[in-house]
Write a protein that binds this ligand. Structure first.
Ligand code: TRP
Length: 461
């Protein structure tokens, strides 16, 4: 990898995109078109480092039915895999396999204003409903529902996600995650957390359901994606409400749910042909049959994979555990640094950074930079740990001054350092640019040592 100066873009630079899928219910066509398909497409982009997880702790807030929770987790995992999610490319895991998430939830809870949570839409809606019914304001409200936004903030902040694609109903939660992150950063005086940005997919179609309203489990108007097989899919489509125009009478495609759904699956030419057929007076029954066949073209191969996966839950288990291990290479060192910073560290062990300052400095034992000229490539430097282990090798710079300026900045980063995995190595980013990388395979230990060295440098500064 060669770049002439720190301004130029490195192709390996990736945006971390993270989203959670609450594991309640059974996926329907609306979920597929509105969330699953666009997320999987986005995850295939080279500049995206996708983290997708099953939010099964969030599911517990909505349901205490163990069998349903279990079934839904399996179905949703199998659905995403069958729909083309590649677990080798995406970090795909279960929230409940990441102990750092509840751990961070508590740390965040302790800096979250209770008043902030009072304003959460879901909680307020429950309170309003109680008021209307003349009940006590908090009747039937669990502390889990109340804490929902903090758990969600931990999901996001534990992984330094840059972008969080969600539905509109979740925007407030992402804003709260930012608020909570900022508060924590402010209290502890460093940029511990990346401030996540919400991403709303404007392009994505919302499908009408059987009754013409938005397809949603809460309206009980859904068309199942895989459940019940082709038969159930066809039967549901036959139940989509239409007007009473007879065969031969022209139909209005723009007010027909059939056309909207068709378009969500078909390309322009096919959609135009379907549109014309409606205008020409195709019977509703026949139109529904065509819609079914078009959906089935896409869904049948996925359904086959789905059935195969559902039959082998042990394989899904292995995939999810591997995903959790991958996810934890980010969360484990992150939480270690946070524990240290907030005062939860071994007795008698001064904070890695602060106490290291005088002692290490006196002994000349602190991390150090070494600059060198790398042939024609330009000027580079290395960062060594106090014991001489090589931690980082910089990108080459045309200008030795630029390399020097960069070293100065690295000295001040501390917890704010953004380290990303790139294959087996770790990449240090500044202003979204890769500026240096670890020389050998990363791994937890090197990650932790590098963090420690950066802390030490920042403390000396
Ligand atoms: N609450 C989200 C929903 O119901 C799911 C979710 C949980 C989530 N944790 C998340 C989404 C973190 C994005 C990021 O849709």
């Amino acid at each position: 990898m060669r770049i002439p100066n720190p301004e130029s873009r490195i192709p390996s630079m990736q945006t971390r995109v993270l989203t959670g899928i609450t594991t309640t219910g059974t996926p329907h066509l609306g979920n597929y078109v509105g969330a699953i398909r666009p997320a999987i497409n986005a995850s295939r982009r080279a500049d995206v480092d996708a983290f997708f997880f099953l939010a099964d702790y969030h599911a517990l807030i909505k349901s205490d039915d163990a069998a349903r929770i279990e079934r839904s987790r399996l179905e949703i995992a199998a659905t995403w895999l069958a729909a083309g999610l590649d677990p080798a490319r995406v970090t795909f895991y279960r929230q409940s396999d990441i102990p750092e998430i509840p751990e961070l939830t508590w740390f965040l809870t302790c800096v979250t204003a209770k008043g902030l949570l009072n304003r959460a839409h879901a909680y307020k809606a429950a309170v309003d409903k109680n008021a209307e019914a003349g009940e006590d304001a908090d009747a039937g409200v669990t502390a889990g529902l109340y804490m929902y936004p903090v758990l969600m903030a931990a999901d996001i902040l534990a992984f330094d996600a840059h972008q969080v694609p969600v539905g509109r109903d979740q925007i407030q939660h992402i804003e709260m995650a930012r608020d909570i992150a900022q508060r924590f950063n402010h209290i502890h005086g460093r940029d511990f957390f990346v401030l996540p940005e919400v991403v709303i997919e404007e392009q994505v179609a919302t499908l009408p359901g059987l009754d013409g309203r938005k397809m949603s489990k809460s309206y009980d108007n859904t068309v199942p994606l895989f459940a019940g097989g082709a038969k159930a899919l066809r039967e549901a489509i036959m139940r989509i409400v239409t007007d009473s125009r007879a065969p031969g009478e022209p139909k209005d495609p723009d007010s027909s749910a059939l056309y909207t759904i068709f378009r969500a699956f078909a390309g322009d030419a096919e959609s135009a042909a379907f549109r014309q057929a409606l205008v020409d007076g195709i019977g509703w029954g026949e139109a529904k049959q065509r819609l079914f066949e078009r959906i089935e073209t896409d869904v049948a191969p996925m359904r086959e994979r789905y059935e195969a996966l559902i039959a082998r839950p042990d394989e899904i288990e292995v995939i999810l555990r591997k995903g959790a291990a991958k996810a934890r290479t980010v969360a484990t060192p992150k939480l270690a640094a946070i524990r240290d910073a907030i005062g939860l560290r071994a007795m008698g062990m001064a904070p890695a950074a602060r106490a290291a300052k005088p002692a290490a400095a006196r002994a000349g034992k602190s991390p150090r930079f070494a600059s060198f000229r790398d042939g024609d490539a330009g000027f580079r430097f290395r960062l060594f740990a106090a014991d001489g282990e090589e931690l980082l090798l910089s990108m080459p710079f045309a200008d030795p001054k630029a390399a020097g300026v960069l070293q100065q900045r690295i000295r001040t980063l501390g917890h704010a350092a953004v380290l990303r995995e790139d294959g087996a190595a770790l990449v240090l980013e500044l202003d979204g640019e890769a500026v240096a990388r670890t020389p050998q395979a990363g791994g937890d230990e090197l990650h932790a040592r590098l963090r420690e060295a950066l802390e030490q440098l920042a403390a000396q500064d």
